[in-house]
Design a protein around this ligand. Structure first.
Ligand code: IPE
Ligand code: IPE
Ligand code: MG
Length: 231
């Protein structure tokens, strides 16, 4: 991939696990398990290509209204990859940052998440944000309430600094798999000028080649940011 404008920050809406499994006559949980494996494959590839920040949407605030059985299966996956299989996270060689309200998760998972964030806190060149029980509206409301509690008005910069992504560049490219063309409450504030890329592939089948295709497509876009000149 030569003379390609590489995004600094890519965010993934990893959608389609359930439908992918259903097509194969397997339970939704199988789709989630394969989805996690693909997450490692695709995110490692993004870092290898030189992307510095990768953000993944693992569980939305609204997903918490799914049947308890599915949530338990998802929690088991978190328990596994933030616990016993933590090595897979370390292999990304990135600072791990959890974004979202994790206070609703089982306490052992919260503790593992915090430990992993601490273990990787010294890594400065790569960042991996995992959005868990994350909602863009909730994030904005929480940020505004914090400003109110300080007795402050907000402006764009100060509001942005109070978000989970405070201090980070906005995502240059947001990739959603699964065929739906919506943000589903993901990074609403940060996505103001993100390039959006929608793939019809289900997340577990989204390949490294698909990622490269998305980046090449991004690279050819003219980001005007409201102005009239080419970048
Ligand atoms: C995305 O896959 C993963 C989560 C939301 C946890 P889905 O579970 O939404 O899969 P589909 O969209 O039903 O196929
Ligand atoms: C978005 O997918 C959330 C994640 C990928 C974690 P959903 O499956 O929850 O989105 P909707 O319900 O189709 O909008
Ligand atoms: Mg879905």
């Amino acid at each position: 991939m030569q003379r390609i404008k590489l995004p600094t920050h890519i965010a993934f809406i990893m959608d389609g696990n359930g439908r992918w499994a259903k097509k194969r006559f397997r339970p939704r949980a199988y789709g989630h398990r394969m989805g996690v494996q693909n997450m490692f494959k695709i995110c490692s590839h993004a870092f290898r290509l030189g992307v510095r920040i990768v953000t993944v949407f693992a569980l939305s605030s609204e997903n918490l209204s799914r049947p308890q059985e599915e949530l338990d299966e998802l929690f088991d996956l978190f328990r596994s990859y933030f616990g016993k299989k933590r090595e897979r996270m370390h292999e990304l060689d990135a600072k791990i940052n959890i974004m979202g309200d994790i206070s609703v998760l089982p306490p052992d998972i919260q503790a593992d998440m915090i430990e992993l964030m601490e273990e990787t806190a010294g890594i400065t060149d790569r960042l991996f944000n995992v959005c868990v029980n994350y909602g863009g509206r909730q994030e904005i409301v929480q940020a505004v309430n914090r400003a109110v509690s300080y007795g402050r008005f907000v402006d764009e910069a100060s509001l942005s600094s109070l978000l989970f992504t405070g201090g980070l560049p906005d995502p240059d490219l947001i990739i959603r798999t699964g065929g739906e063309m919506r943000l589903s409450n993901f990074l609403l504030y940060q996505a103001a000028y993100s390039e959006l890329y929608f793939s019809g592939k289900m997340w577990p089948e989204f390949s490294k080649r698909d990622l490269e295709r998305a980046i090449v497509n991004y690279s050819a876009r003219d980001r005007r940011f409201g102005n009239v000149r080419e970048e």
